[in-house]
Design a protein around this ligand. Structure first.
Ligand SMILES: Cc1cc2nc3c(=O)[nH]c(=O)nc-3n(C[C@H](O)[C@H](O)[C@H](O)COP(=O)(O)OP(=O)(O)OC[C@H]3O[C@@H](n4cnc5c(N)ncnc54)[C@H](O)[C@@H]3O)c2cc1C
Length: 447
């Protein structure tokens, strides 16, 4: 059972058992049995979550409900541009089904999660600026409630307009598995781009990063699909430790900070006359010496591989202490500076390997406790660092302590610290309605 008991980054426990239902009826049977016997259920999809919420605790009393066999349905409605899909279907499988229709589900990340896991964590990823997160693309949701009867509830339909009451399905988006087993979702899907252009650019200064982003939005905003920040340390870690990567700006050295820009369009060049590669080239030429000092254009595959290899590269340096935070994007470079200064002053033995979704204000502030550090790894120091960074994010920058990975045992204490009591009470009251015995999920969202 080891694979079900160990999380991708955090969470290691012992399960009473693992159940792998293959149908909604089987999910309901498991739920009823758990409800009758007061057994806590931990829903698990692809187990790629990063807050420890998909694995059981150490008590040996919790049952993992894996959705790995809940994948019988993936029904594409081409004309409605939607797909109804079982919760255990993975993002890759979903996109493989959509591809022949010229469609895709454009959540992009360096992992292959399930549909249920993506809804439960409201996955963001690198193209959020263009397509939104999972919440924005969710039309309908089916779930089995943790009531003694294990009721099945269908929330929403394959409709883009439906104002017939409160949008109940949103209660389960970002729920981190609390309250119900999600069994099926209807998603809005998009026309697959037919043209793209990618560049890695070196901004002239911190201020220039946001000026460049704004210029892009004004001049080429309809096509902008990614604007990702990569620190020099992050690029270097990936280049040094992931086979097949090189410095794209070579012979120039790896810069202190760079931005990966991607433009995409599904429109037909024959009608629009738009050549994205040419558009990006001339835009970047105009920006030279204003906001950028160096750039390499093209080879999107190589640039995205570099971006998606950062986590792997960082892991090779030592023990990562990861912060998935967001701030208003106007503050993102100021936050980055302040966080680095704090770490340099108070934790000089730690190494910052950060990157971020600049355009949506998201920062993956990965801090590495290097394996060859003279200071031995100490959980108390890590907790102090977490307290300092999260306080800075929430109190000084009006940001979020969990931008896109959700809430789990790993960060629930900060939910309790930073979410207002009235909001926590309301969340608990809503949970009471769908899971009266608090049997589903690893966090309670309570006061
Ligand atoms: C290398 C890497 C890169 C990543 N990059 C990003 C990124 O850029 N952006 C981002 O947002 N995330 C990222 N993630 C995090 C992760 O992939 C997402 O959180 C993902 O959506 C989790 O889906 P999963 O199927 O793996 O769910 P799991 O990890 O199995 O579960 C996650 C949570 O969802 C709950 N859950 C799962 N299925 C169900 C269900 N059917 N019903 C009820 N609850 C359920 C679980 O109980 C748990 O609380 C990354 C992860 C890795 C390993």
């Amino acid at each position: 059972m080891t694979a079900y008991e160990q999380g991708a980054r955090y969470g290691q426990g012992q399960a009473l058992g693992v159940v792998r239902p293959a149908s909604v009826k089987e999910v309901q049977a498991v739920v009823r049995w758990c409800s009758e016997n007061g057994i806590r259920l931990v829903p698990q999809g692809a187990n790629t979550g990063l807050v420890g919420s998909s694995t059981p605790d150490a008590s040996g009393t919790q049952v993992v409900l894996s959705t790995s066999r809940l994948r019988g349905l993936c029904e594409v409605d081409v004309a409605n541009r939607s797909v109804t899909v079982d919760a255990g279907v993975t993002l890759q499988e979903l996109n493989d089904q959509l591809e022949p229709h010229g469609l895709w589900f454009p959540i992009d990340l360096g992992a292959n999660p399930t549909v249920g896991g993506m809804v439960a964590t409201n996955t963001g990823g690198t193209r959020l600026i263009r397509y939104g997160d999972v919440r924005h693309n969710l039309l309908a949701l089916q779930a089995v409630l943790l009531s003694p009867a294990g009721e099945l509830i269908n929330m929403g339909r394959a409709l883009r307009k439906d104002n017939t009451g409160p949008d109940l399905k949103q209660l389960f988006v970002g729920s981190s598995g609390a309250g119900a087993i999600l069994t099926r979702a209807t998603l809005e899907v998009h026309v697959r781009p037919t043209q793209s252009a990618t560049a890695l650019v070196v901004p002239t200064s911190d201020d220039a990063v946001l000026q460049l982003l704004q210029a892009l939005e004004h001049d080429l905003g309809d096509y902008l699909s990614a604007f990702e920040g990569l620190s020099g340390n992050a690029m270097q870690a990936a280049i040094d430790h992931v086979p097949g990567l090189r410095n794209p700006l070579s012979p120039d050295p790896v810069p202190e900070f760079a931005v990966l820009i991607e433009l995409e369009t599904a429109s037909n060049k024959a009608y629009t006359g738009v050549d994205l590669q040419e558009s990006l080239n001339s835009f970047l030429q105009d920006q030279f010496e204003q906001t950028i000092e160096n750039a390499v254009i093209g080879n999107g595959h190589e640039l995205w591989k570099l971006r998606h290899s950062i986590s792997e590269g960082a892991r090779a340096l030592g023990k990562p202490i990861a912060f998935d935070v967001s701030v208003p994007r106007s503050q993102i470079m100021a936050f980055r500076r302040a966080a680095r200064e704090l770490i340099e002053a108070e934790f000089p033995f730690l190494h910052v390997v950060d990157f971020g979704h600049i355009a949506d204000g998201g920062v993956h502030l990965n801090v590495i406790w290097s394996s060859d550090s003279e200071q031995t790894y100490d959980e108390a120091v890590v907790t102090k660092l977490r307290d300092r960074i999260y306080a800075m994010v929430v109190q000084e920058f009006a940001g979020s302590f969990s931008a896109e990975h959700g809430v789990g045992p790993h960060n629930i204490s900060y939910y309790q610290r930073y979410t207002p009591q009235t909001a926590r009470q309301l969340a608990r009251g809503l949970r009471q309605l769908v899971d009266p015995m608090q049997l589903c999920g690893t966090v309670s969202f309570g006061p």
